[in-house]
Design a protein around this ligand. Structure first.
Ligand SMILES: [Zn+2]
Ligand SMILES: [Zn+2]
Length: 149
C-alpha cells in the first residue's frame, strides 16, 4: 500500500534527530533570552538608581511576569537625565545672573558688551560716538557720557 508507506515515511521523518536538536535549540534560545532580560533589568534599574539586584532576582524568578512588573514600577527617569536637567538649570541661572546673553540670530552665547556676534556677525550693539562704549541699538543717548546719538 502506497498510502501506508507514505505515513510510515512521515513517522520516520519526525523521528529524525534534527527534531531533538531543534528542541534543544529552542530551549537554548529561551535560556539566553531569559538571562538577557535579567541583565537588561539589572542595568536599567542601576541607571535609574533603584535596587538593581532586587529587580534582577525578580526577573530571574518570574521572567516575563517580573519584567512586566518592573516596567510598571520602575522610576520614570534615568539618573543622567536628572543630572543633565539640573546642569541645564544651573547654566540658565548663570546666564541670567551674569552679563551673558543669547545672539537673537544664531542663538549662541554672547557677552552683554559684544558689539557683533562673533559667530554670525549679527550687529548686537552700536558704539557711542563719543566714548565708544557699547550701547543698545535703540538707545538715544549714551548713559556713560551723556552724548546724544
Ligand atoms: Zn549670532
Ligand atoms: Zn558715550
Amino acid at each position: 500500500m502506497d498510502i501506508l508507506k507514505y505515513f510510515t515515511n512521515i513517522m520516520d521523518f519526525f523521528k529524525l534527530p534534527i527534531w531533538r536538536n531543534l528542541i534543544y535549540g529552542i530551549i537554548f534560545i529561551i535560556v539566553i533570552l531569559w538571562l538577557a532580560f535579567v541583565y537588561w533589568t539589572y542595568r536599567d534599574a542601576r541607571l535609574r538608581n533603584t535596587s538593581a539586584i532586587f529587580w534582577a532576582i525578580i526577573v530571574l524568578v518570574f521572567n516575563f511576569l517580573g519584567l512586566i512588573i518592573y516596567l510598571i514600577l520602575r522610576p520614570p527617569e534615568f539618573i543622567e537625565d536628572v543630572v543633565e536637567r539640573s546642569l541645564e538649570i544651573r547654566r540658565m541661572e548663570t546666564i541670567l545672573d551674569s552679563n551673558i546673553s543669547k545672539c537673537p540670530t544664531c542663538g549662541k552665547m554672547v557677552k552683554e558688551e559684544f558689539v557683533l556676534c562673533p559667530y554670525c556677525r549679527k550687529k548686537l550693539k552700536k558704539t557711542c560716538i563719543q566714548c565708544e562704549k557699547p550701547l543698545n541699538l535703540d538707545w538715544k543717548v549714551c548713559p556713560y557720557c551723556k552724548t546724544e546719538q
